[in-house]
Design a protein around this ligand. Structure first.
Ligand code: MGD
Ligand code: MGD
Ligand code: MO
Length: 661
């Protein structure tokens, strides 16, 4: 800090998980906060489609009038409240309480990010418990499965490196060669969406070679016999044919999994963006169960560490997002994965008003075109954001949002177990106000009493915010002063998950056989493999290429990609393709290509990627419409087999040379 201005961002020495400090994106906040692209006052769309400055008073009056008329005309459920994963926090999540006070609204269930994996984990182990991030340093075998930690969780690689220094074996499973796989001893490149078959084939080999841990199975596993029988059909030859992974690699990984202890499997979110992902992850967890890799240092399943989620019902994705009414007030009727389609389909009442905050659905949700159509059919749209995102551009009114440095909040994580105080360090610039104040002023205009607003929101001012946060921490006997001194491990965060041998499934055992899976999601009670609904596994058909749209190292979804410091490394969207597929189409590095399917098309420069398996093309998600790289123009709104996630990667395309304009 210098003269009220942020000048540097340093790591906190008290956080054992992140001693290396911020990545480039973290450091680039210095540019982001003071960027000329930042919105500093409310904006209203003019008749010509441009935005003009409007006073806060007028903006809030206009919104209040629109909300009152929407409610009078069609009831509160004609109002859609949508929020996504932009900066989390205890206070940042207070929007929902406002809309309850409003009388309810329509909101979404499911999530774009991780729910298929959360649910697969919960069904199998009872709970999403993870060992501390540094525990992986004790592993002798690490399998990083569908996760690209070197780019999306870079601090994890420090602990992986520590394990490697002690002689651990490191295996990566990813159709792409990534910065993570550069460190691996073995890279398996399955056809996208076939990991379920891969896991079942590995189980077959482990069982056949009698490398299972009988004592552990006896003590802790339900359904082993039935599972063992079901994987008999997954011979190495069949597994290799389905997955495209050579038999010799299958045998090597099966031997490692059976013999090298302790083993940790770290699964990513990328692999659970398919219509078969829940079952896939159940099959992968089974590999740890049959080899007894739970409850000991260096062993276990790393997917999502929910230790810090102590304030809400996130632990059970179903409690959090039931597709029924919640307390009779909020109507949770729209699937996040099918947002556009479901918005269009909602009647009684039809939607008329939308409020979007902390999210950019126009680029991040599947099926951009349908979503845009659904937004355009509304009477009125409000977006709260720092930047004119693709979603903000569709709004009638854009309200500026504060950045994470401009209001204190308590934040958790989904990899480590630390609760942290994100302290306010600068005043919001321009006319920016935190959402809490926006809601207060709007509430007053809508006739909500001060007492009812006091019950859900702090008053304006730093002292009131801190008192509000302290009250939320009180039940856990944590003080803001403690958090001011440094990160605090959340109560219940564990060094070694399941060291107590307690699995909170219905049978109190690790459930390879889960009746709950069948009952809730209509899948087989054993983990099984079915081809994803939309896949090119056959390599035939009009769209023979599977399009993967993973996260980029240099952005967080649609954030940061507009900054100059980032553009030096990530100048614009491109399509990656392997040499064989390019040659078959007469394409060369640098050609402008047309990527298309029945839903849409993109035109991007081609990058030949020698590390990509054939049949797969890759474009990173997050680019805005102006850049021409919005990948969700090609994806479809489809839910995963469990957890109401979004099956982004069930997406086939064809690529050809773009015609010269
Ligand atoms: N730099 C950066 N870091 C991030 C984010 C970001 O946007 N940028 N986002 C954060 C968020 S919200 C999330 S959810 C996480 C996501 O973190 P990750 O799970 O690491 O990210 P993804 O890029 O979605 O997917 C990881 C890998 O899965 C691979 N994959 C795709 N399909 C398959 C498949 O069928 N089988 C296998 N085995 N692998 C497959 C992709 O090629 C990709 O390399 O990252 C977090 N960290
Ligand atoms: N094709 C494809 N699509 C994907 C994925 C994929 O792998 N492939 N990944 C999916 C995943 S894992 C995720 S998590 C989602 C992310 O989906 P989103 O959360 O919609 O994506 P972001 O681009 O991170 O948008 C967050 C927005 O919140 C704003 N913001 C940040 N902080 C605040 C704040 O305090 N207040 C307000 N009002 N706004 C704020 C940011 O400026 C940004 O515009 O994308 C999903 N989309
Ligand atoms: Mo995510």
């Amino acid at each position: 800090m210098e003269a009220g201005r942020l000048v540097a961002i340093d790591p906190h020495p008290g956080n054992r998980a992140t001693p290396d400090g911020p990545c480039l994106k973290g450091l680039s906040y210095l540019e982001r906060i003071y960027s000329p692209q930042r919105i500093l006052h409310p904006l209203r769309k003019t008749r010509t489609g441009d935005f003009e400055r409007i006073l806060w008073e007028d903006a809030l009056d206009l919104i209040a009038e629109r909300l009152r008329s929407a409610k009078a005309k069609a009831g509160p459920r004609s109002v859609l409240y949508y929020s996504a994963s932009g900066t989390k926090g205890l206070l940042n999540g207070c929007g929902m309480a406002f809309w309850r006070l409003f009388g309810g609204c329509t909101t979404t269930y499911g999530d774009l990010c991780w729910p298929a994996g959360l649910e697969a984990t919960r069904l199998t182990l009872g709970d999403n418990r993870n060992s501390a991030p540094w525990d992986i340093a004790h592993a002798r075998l690490i399998v990083m499965w569908g996760k690209n930690a070197a780019e999306t969780n870079l601090h994890q690689m420090r602990f992986v490196e520590q394990a490697l220094e002690k002689g651990a074996t490191f295996v990566v499973v990813d159709p792409r060669r990534t910065q993570t796989s550069e460190r691996a001893h073995l890279l398996l490149q399955p056809k996208p969406g076939t990991d379920g078959a891969l896991a079942l084939g590995l189980a077959h080999l482990i069982i056949e070679a009698d490398l299972v841990d009988r004592d552990f199975i006896e003590a802790h596993v339900l359904g082993y016999e039935a599972f063992a029988e079901s994987v008999q059909a997954w011979t190495p030859a069949r597994t290799a044919a389905v997955t495209g992974v050579p038999e010799i690699h299958l045998r090597r990984l099966a031997q490692d999994l059976g013999r090298v202890k302790p083993a940790t499997i770290c699964a990513g979110f990328g692999m659970q963006r398919y219509t078969n992902s829940g079952q896939t992850l159940r099959a992968i967890i089974a590999l740890l169960a049959i080899t007894g890799n739970f409850g000991k240092p260096g062993s276990g399943w790393l997917y999502a560490n929910l230790a810090t989620q102590i304030f809400g019902p996130l632990k059970d994705p179903l409690d959090c997002y039931p597709p029924e009414e919640q307390g009779g007030i909020v109507r949770v009727s729209l699937s996040t994965a099918r947002l556009g389609k479901d918005m269009l389909a909602q009647h009684d009442p039809a939607l008329g008003f939308a409020w979007v905050e902390r999210g950019n659905p126009m680029s991040q949700n599947p099926d951009t075109s349908t979503l845009r159509e659904a937004f355009r059919q509304l009477d009125f749209r409000v977006v709260v954001d720092e930047q004119l995102t693709d979603t903000a551009r569709e709004a009638d009114l854009v309200l500026p949002s504060k950045s994470l440095f401009e209001q204190s909040d308590v934040i958790g994580a989904y990899w480590h177990g630390y609760l942290q105080l994100r302290q306010k360090v600068i005043e919001p610039p321009g006319e920016v106000k935190p959402e809490t104040e926006i809601y207060r002023e709007l509430g007053a205009r809508l006739g909500m009493s001060t007492e009812s607003l006091d019950a859900i929101l702090p008053r304006a001012g730093d002292a009131a915010v801190e008192a509000w946060l302290q009250a939320r921490l009180d039940p856990f006997a944590i003080t803001l002063d403690q958090l001011r001194a440094g990160p605090v491990l959340a109560p219940g965060s564990e060094e070694v998950a399941f060291a107590d041998g307690r699995y909170t499934t219905p049978s109190k055992r690790i459930e390879l056989f889960s009746q709950e899976a069948e009952r809730r999601w209509q899948v087989e009670p054993l983990p099984t493999y079915h081809e994803p609904q939309e896949s090119n596994a056959s390599g035939q058909g009009r769209y023979p290429l599977q399009l993967l749209t993973p996260n980029t190292k240099n952005g967080i979804h649609s954030q940061f990609l507009n900054l100059e410091v980032i553009r030096q490394f990530e100048p614009g969207p491109v399509l990656y393709m392997g040499p064989e597929d390019a040659e078959a189409r007469g394409l060369r590095h640098g050609d402008q290509v047309r990527i298309h399917n029945d839903r849409g098309e993109l035109s991007l420069p081609l990058n030949i990627d020698f590390g990509l398996r054939s049949g797969v093309v890759v474009a990173f998600n997050g680019w805005d419409l102006q850049s021409g790289g919005t990948v969700n123009l090609l994806s479809v709104g489809r839910e995963t087999d469990m957890g109401h996630g979004a099956a982004f990667h069930d997406n086939v395309v064809e690529v050809e040379k773009a015609r010269k304009k």
